[in-house]
Design a protein around this ligand. Structure first.
Ligand SMILES: [Zn+2]
Length: 434
């Protein structure tokens, strides 16, 4: 995924400790002394995927609320569900979502966690992500919807962030729920907290068609114009969606190199709208792809995200020439790593060995297209054979290596059933779906 999109075929990667030390032709690397040599013949070795926006806890209610309007789904369905979840239910769901992501080649995640934002539950979420072997950050949900006064939320957030300071494998970041529906002063305080701790911050903005008008009505300014005026845009801002931006907002987000999470499956599921991907990329925004929670997306599969990331842009522009498989793969790997500030996303000596091995064999690969479209368009998550984070193999031979997957699955199933029974929701039939 370097600027030249260089492909070694056959190629090899050498890893020492947590970093890549050499990349090149097999013949040039084969002489290196190695503790273990892994034969990846017939497969592609790629940088690991980064999920730039997620709600891992939502795995507990996968698929529920399908077909609801987003501004009904969130307050009437998801918020009440999130508010009732216990630490054990959250942990089981987050562990299961992390397992699914590791199995599909994801190596890092930025989670937006708002189901139990006390210190114990939030650190349990970080522990669960790390127990599978992923890296990333847990955005600690803050704002009007949380059950503590705003001032107290910031004090609690500071304590929680300190449990996993900047540089931790899984950090904790302040994450105001939504720019549109929170007080400006509160957002500023949350960002100041992040900056004082040397970490990023995470939020949602302009996800729904009426969001800019709602904001304009209350504040007399468009939301991204306000973020700019308040000095909050920049690479430490990690903002999900940003769909309904006018031309000036696109330019502001771009020239400040703001991080934006593009969530094509979620945008499609809710019929939200199409992000101005081309304009934002050309303006200089740092863009990764996000799952945005399996309750909406039905599964954690970056291959599906990559394909749809391109398809929905083509549908809107009615132009297949501007965006393609290389861009999809860049967004999912290098774009996500840049978005998250990771020294990863390219197979290059010195960078973190966060990688996935993807099989390019089987009926759907015969005949196989060129390597980049084969990975971005043809492959599916079940083609992932191995996932490494910082040189550590976290998925191999069909199993996650760091925990007992069967136990985690049993636990996720039991806790989810408990939760849905308590809420009188069935995983078979959601009475709200017509
Ligand atoms: Zn979200």
């Amino acid at each position: 995924m370097d600027d030249q999109a260089k492909i070694f075929e056959p190629g090899a990667v050498a890893i020492h400790g947590s970093r890549i030390v050499a990349v090149g032709e097999v013949a040039d690397l084969i002489h290196l002394p190695a503790k273990r040599t892994i034969d990846c013949s017939g497969s592609a070795v790629i940088p690991g995927f980064v999920s730039a926006h997620d709600h891992l806890f939502q795995n507990a209610a996968r698929g529920l609320g399908e077909g609801l309007d987003f501004r009904v789904w969130l307050p009437d369905f998801m918020m009440p569900l999130a508010a009732t979840m216990t630490k054990e239910e959250v942990t089981a769901a987050v562990t299961m979502a992390s397992i699914e992501q590791a199995r599909s080649g994801t190596t890092a995640v930025l989670d937006h966690h708002y189901a139990g934002t006390d210190l114990e539950t939030t650190t349990a979420v970080a522990d669960a992500v790390e127990s599978v072997g992923l890296r990333g950050a847990i955005g600690l949900g803050l704002g009007r919807e949380q059950p503590y006064p705003l001032e107290e939320q910031l004090t609690r957030a500071a304590e929680t962030i300190d449990t996993r300071p900047a540089g931790s494998k899984v950090e904790i970041w302040p994450a105001p729920g939504d720019i549109i529906y929170n007080d400006q002063d509160f957002i500023v305080s949350a960002v100041e907290l992040a900056r004082s701790k040397g970490i990023g911050w995470h939020t949602h903005c302009s996800q729904y068609k009426t969001d800019p008008d709602v904001y304009m009505e209350e504040h007399g300014i468009r939301p991204v114009n306000w973020l700019d005026e308040a000095g909050l845009l920049g690479p430490d801002a990690h903002i999900a969606h940003m769909i309904f931006l006018d031309a000036e907002e696109v330019a502001l987000a771009g020239e400040s190199n703001t991080g934006i999470a593009y969530c094509p499956v979620s945008h499609g599921i809710f019929g939200l709208g199409t992000m101005k991907l081309r304009g934002l990329l050309e303006a200089g925004a740092s863009i990764g792809l996000g799952y945005d929670g399996a309750v909406a997306g039905f599964r954690n599969d970056m291959f599906e995200q990559m394909k749809l990331a391109v398809m929905i842009q083509r549908l809107q522009s009615m132009d297949p020439t501007k965006s393609g498989p290389r861009e999809a793969l860049e967004l999912a790997t290098r774009g996500g790593a840049e978005f998250l500030g990771l020294e990863a996303g390219i197979l290059r000596p010195g960078l973190l060995a966060d990688m996935a091995v993807v099989s390019l064999q089987g009926a759907h690969m015969t005949p196989r297209p060129a390597p980049i479209p084969a990975v971005a368009y043809t492959a599916r998550s079940s083609d992932v054979e191995m996932t490494l984070v910082g040189g550590e193999i976290i998925f191999e031979n069909g199993r996650c290596t760091k925990l007992d997957e069967d136990l985690a699955m049993e636990e996720a199933h039991a806790r989810s059933s408990e939760l849905l029974d308590r809420l009188n929701l069935s995983s078979e039939i959601d009475p709200r779906i017509q």
